[in-house]
Design a protein around this ligand. Sequence first.
Ligand SMILES: *Cc1c(COP(=O)(O)O)cnc(C)c1O
Length: 545
Amino acid sequence: MDPKYQQLLTTLRTAFPQPVSDPVHDSYVVFSILRALDQVDAMKSQAPILGQPQSPDYAAAMASRLDMNSRPLEDVVRELVRYLEGMFIWGHPRSQLNVTPVPSVASVIGVLLPALFNPNMCSDESALKFSEAEARVVAMAADLVGYDPAESGGVFTFGGTGTLLYGVKIGLEKACPGALQSGLCGDAVVLASTSGHYANYTVAAWLGLGQDRVISVPADDANAIDLAALESKAREALAGGRKIAAIVATMGSTDAFGIDDLSAICEMRDRLVDEFKLPYRIHVHADAVIGWAWSVFNDYDYAANELEFRGRTVRALAAAQHLIRHLGQADSIGIDFHKTGYVPYVSSLVLFRRREDLDLITRRRDTMPYLFQSGEHHPGMFTLETSRSATGPMSALASLLLLGREGLRVLLGHAVEMSEVLREMIEAQPRMSVMNRDNVGPVTLFRVYPKDVDTFKVKQREQHDKAYRERLLAHNELNRQIYERVHAEALAGSGVAISLTDCYRRTDYGEPINALKSYVLSPFADEGRMRSVLTHVLAAAGSGD
Ligand SMILES: *Cc1c(COP(=O)(O)O)cnc(C)c1O
């Protein structure tokens, strides 16, 4: 008889995909996936979540220990599926929570294939044709946003935060040559707007600049960077002998879809570089992790409007694209396919207008003895990560191939159309106000006010009048309570799950202004559901005073 371990090994072998063709075992693998999906399906209802609302039980989690014995796959599947209980269904027409898409079937297969065969995208030595897939998405995305694919370059990384890290790191290397080798020299800053993402601070902290070196520039009423303020802060920094590692243009802000005037920022940068006779060109990074996708409208004929969007929608799409079309002027661009590309987390791409910029962060070959013995394409020579998954590029490629420009136009156009429908309904309500009125994406920020409030004047008073502070805080509280009621109803299966942002912007006197938030990305959203947002919010507001 075989030794004991051999007997156990024989059983364990069935738990792996078979290395040589074995159709019977293949059906076992597929059937196991099917069983998991079947169990998940049983959790679906009219509510935008799976099963019942659940909070994580961390006490139970902490009591868990590794068992001595192996378990059958069927048991493990059942156990794993439990973790989906209470999970949001982002694609549900009753789900308008955040900038989280439902991944397309193609993009899920894009995750599955590399998961089965496990390429390491550190080098084409270990990833082979998967590296070609990454190069292909880089070229497609570069062309889409207005870079020349022959001159630009890019790499997938660990999230929008990662794309920003690459952009600022390379900008820093330009401002402080040799920082990669010898560490920081002098005092370098990052400029970004108050509507920008907090990832600007994360990146400054992790690069050793420190969060205090992020110079925060005010945003205007459209949540775009105030250009005059940007220029004066940049001048102040340069005049004080500081270096500028990067100016970050936010191209689609997280809460309000504010879009900075990138073209004006680049023009100003050129002037400052000349005037201060800088020995480096200040790096402009476009944080377009959300806005990139609007590039698909770059060659849309709005007059012909062949997709037959409503007038309001066409105006909104054109207004966004008018600013997004300048992306090609940025030195680097962050793109999240897992936000507006209908792809699962994590799928983020950072692009550089000039591929040579990546040489600035390339390590010496002799520091990596066990790698790059063969093959010709080694992103691992400059990437922050050593092990790199192919799920990001493969799922992005899948979605781009599946959707094409037209598919993305349809999905984004529909999201914007639904958001415009909601805006129109809100504008007709005396007690409600759209907060990001000048923004044109799929997100609507709005507030409900007590009956006695004049919603024509209240926004200005809240923003500027310090004497109004108590009322502002009371309005924040009212909207928080409305959110809690509407959210609880939605999870129970009636109405729509929207979210709350605690601070969509700050008042002049420093208080946060909160807002109810509807973020539409689902292909399954429809006008009836948009109306139901309004009905439920108004009911939750009660006759209120
Ligand atoms: C989401 C977001 C980020 C961070 O991206 P992750 O993919 O979540 O790391 C950065 N900037 C903006 C504008 C974002 O919306």
